[in-house]
Design a protein around this ligand. Structure first.
Ligand code: KIV
Ligand code: ZN
Length: 527
């Protein structure tokens, strides 16, 4: 265990009864959803932003799931000093030991163990009798407590669990040493009034409930994840599990930025406090979107591109007279800053690194050099460089260092007069490779050249281009989704040349596929 380990979690040090613990599961529940896989470097970079935001607990992964998950939890446990780092484990000694091992270097480790408790899950998924499940709760929490002081227990499918059985399991989990009891709405089935009543029921009926923090974990199948989470806080829950941009299984998890801003903006009726620095929200959202290729819908609350845009004449007029007429929170409060530094062709290294600081990036020297090189290239082709351009470029340039496959160059012949051909250069594990291919259009030719250099069976499911800013010289941001054996990944690439952006996005998706393959079959790493 780490030398500078502190015995208590962030939250234990805070006596305010209205302090709500923010438990972020972007790297676990978010990452395990289709298309959202991240490599180690990407996960660490997300964890660092979460720590900077003041997230209390970062659920870094599910260590038993794969060597990659184990390593991610382990590396994040080493790097993160201020947030608690949690690892997920099923109710078996093997899972729990693996989580305990991964969390060893953490200053504040937490083992989060769970088992299904609803009649449906116990009968069909676990094929276990309720008595056996109840015993597994006691054994698993007890086992976890032998490895770690901070243990969280979750009854999976909690909202469809019979109340008597739920109360019994919760009471036993607390007796066995769980400090946090998390009630998941695993299938996004509950509604706010019902969920609030469930939390109140637990507070009234479980005799030792005051020895644990009540947490909630809501999925968004009916679009109610945030409303359910807020209702639960009002009913006495003091930890909320959520993800950035609401990513997660199926319709996603409760969106952290929405919960935090709801509590902050409506403090008059929701007198609760989180430790989140809300000015980091926009950066965290953009960073995650760039990594996962899951762009945020424009009208998404808090972080959508239109969340603070006012286009109608009446609204604009009102805004000019008094911003509060149509704005219930300021763009600055979520870190949407109007830029002070305008960038262009003549901006030098110093101005560029100042701009990066303004946007909240802290790059190592070699990353800064790579990003500056890409910036200069862009500035040669584009007159005005906006913050969005720089964010897209840095995300694209910096997070690709450890990739197996790297994009080197592309030359395309296209138009109406002849066959479209692409000449492509890639680097695969340090080896230089080149191919020329024809296709049904320049994008098809480019992707055919990639397949020639790196043969694979994955199917292209989505190809999407969006302009990062306005104007014909705008950078293109391309998303490519590939599917292999029922598993899908999203890749992203940005460039002022749409075809280069397309090649980068495809290569990025392939790199993610290699990470995904490793999760199920380590031997498949070499395609
Ligand atoms: O949705 C769920 O039930 C979960 C548990 C593992 C907490 O993610
Ligand atoms: Zn979940």
């Amino acid at each position: 265990m780490s030398q500078d380990r502190k015995p208590e979690t962030t939250t234990d040090q805070d006596d305010d009864p209205n302090r709500v613990v923010i438990f972020d599961t972007t790297l676990r529940d978010g990452e395990q959803s289709p298309g959202c896989s991240m490599n180690l470097e990407e996960k660490v970079s997300v964890a660092q932003v979460l720590e900077e935001m003041g997230v209390d607990v970062i659920e870094a992964g599910f260590p038993i799931a794969s060597n990659g998950d184990f390593e991610a939890v382990n590396v994040i446990a080493k790097r993160i000093k201020n947030s608690t780092v949690a690892g997920l484990a099923r109710a078996t000694p093997k899972d729990i030991d693996r989580a305990g091992e991964a969390l060893k270097p953490a200053v504040r480790p937490r083992i989060h163990t769970f088992i299904s408790t609803s009649p449906l899950h116990m009968k069909f998924k676990l094929q276990m009798a309720p008595e056996a499940v109840h015993q597994a709760v006691i054994d698993s929490v007890g086992h976890a407590r032998n490895l770690c002081d901070d243990v969280e227990w979750s009854p999976e499918d909690g909202t469809r669990t019979e109340h008597d059985f739920l109360c019994r399991c919760v009471e036993s989990a607390i007796k066995a040493g769980a400090r946090t009891i998390n009630i998941p709405d695993t299938v996004g089935y509950t509604i706010p009034s019902e969920f609030a009543a469930l939390i109140e029921m637990l507070r009234n009926r479980v005799p030792n409930i005051d020895r644990a923090v009540i947490s909630v974990h809501c999925h968004n199948d009916l679009g109610l994840a945030v409303a359910n989470s807020v209702a639960a806080v009002h009913a006495g829950a003091r930890q909320v599990e959520c993800t950035i941009n609401g990513i997660g299984e199926r319709a996603g998890n409760a969106a952290m930025e929405e919960i935090v801003m709801a509590l902050r903006t409506r403090h008059d009726v929701l007198p609760y406090r989180t430790g989140i620095d809300t000015t980091v929200i926009t950066r965290a959202s953009r960073h995650l979107a760039a990594i996962t290729g899951f762009s945020v819908q424009p009208n998404k609350a808090i972080v959508g591109a239109n969340a603070f845009a006012h286009e109608s004449g009446i609204h604009q007029d009102g805004m000019l007279k008094n911003a509060e007429t149509y704005e219930i929170m300021t763009p600055e409060s979520v870190g949407l800053v109007r830029s002070k530094l305008v960038m262009g062709k003549h901006s030098g290294r110093h101005a560029f690194s100042e701009k990066l600081k303004e946007l909240g990036f802290e790059l190592k020297q070699n990353e800064l050099e790579d990003a500056f090189f890409r910036f200069k290239d862009l500035a040669d082709h584009k007159k005005d460089i906006y913050d969005e351009d720089i964010i897209a470029l840095v995300d694209d340039a910096v997070l690709r260092h450890n990739d197996h496959i790297k994009f080197l160059g592309l030359q395309v012949v296209c138009g109406s007069k002849g066959p479209q051909t692409a000449e492509l250069e890639l680097e695969i594990d340090g080896r230089h490779a080149k191919a020329k291919a024809d296709g049904n259009g320049p994008v098809d030719a480019t992707f055919a050249a990639i397949r020639e250099i790196f043969p694979h069976q994955a199917e292209l499911q989505l190809y999407q281009v969006h302009a990062v800013t306005g104007g014909t010289d705008a950078q293109a941001e391309v998303t490519v989704r590939l599917e292999e054996n029922g598993k899908s990944v999203n890749g992203q690439g940005a460039d002022h040349d749409t075809l280069v952006a397309s090649a980068r996005a495809y290569v990025n998706a392939l790199n993610k596929l290699l990470v995904k393959r490793e999760k199920t079959a380590p031997a498949a790493m070499t395609a």
